[in-house]
Design a protein around this ligand. Structure first.
Ligand code: ADP
Ligand code: MG
Length: 172
């Protein structure tokens, strides 16, 4: 199976799924893209958790947060929008949520992997207002380290790319 990037038709909507461990820089990158006017319709699972629970780290409301983001994404896709999902998405089952949504709306799903050294992510996590458990960061890192383009294409993504983030130290 080829893992070379393939053109994806996004003229009638698409889902871009960020894949990266907590602290990888997903939200930071997306904020920059939004502010530069290059990207719109960014849906954050952390933000949804913050709305339903006590904060972005509140895993007890993850099911409601996921339902909410799926609903919002569905509305946007119905309108022909390109939607980006800001969540860790390091497991097959997490990604299936977005792949099922893409399939239900007959739009392509793209995966964007954000890789980062574990120690950078652990430092960033440690200075966060709402740190996630260290073990969770390590588990996610293990999964992302072992992730291949081929596996993501086999899951159903139409295209896979990697984001090269510039590290300017622990915090921005
Ligand atoms: N390219 C970067 N250079 C410097 N700091 C960054 C960079 N990307 C992210 N950060 C910082 O790292 C921390 C975690 O980034 P964040 O985007 O929230 O990670 P994620 O959304 O993947 O969990 C934030 O304090 C952010 O400002
Ligand atoms: Mg984030």
């Amino acid at each position: 199976m080829t893992t070379a990037p393939r053109p994806v038709d996004t003229s009638t909507g698409s889902i871009t799924v960020m894949i990266g461990i907590p602290g990888a820089g997903k939200s930071h990158f997306l904020k920059g893209e939004f502010e530069a006017g290059r990207m719109d319709n960014i849906l954050s699972l952390d933000e949804a958790r913050g709305e339903f629970g006590v904060g972005p780290h509140d895993q007890s409301v993850t099911p409601q947060a996921v339902d909410h983001v799926v609903e919002q994404a569905g509305i946007l896709l119905d309108a022909g929008a390109a939607v980006t999902i800001d969540a860790t998405s390091t497991t097959v089952s997490d990604r299936r949520t977005w792949l099922d949504l893409a399939r239900a709306h007959d739009v392509p799903a793209r995966a964007v992997i954000v890789r980062i050294p574990l120690k950078v992510a652990l430092y960033r996590n440690s200075v966060r207002q709402y740190p996630v458990p260290t073990e969770f960061v390590c588990e996610c890192h293990h999964r992302v380290t072992n992730l291949t383009d081929g596996a993501l294409l086999a899951e159903g993504f139409a295209a896979v790319s990697e984001l090269n983030t510039q590290f300017r130290g622990g915090q921005a």
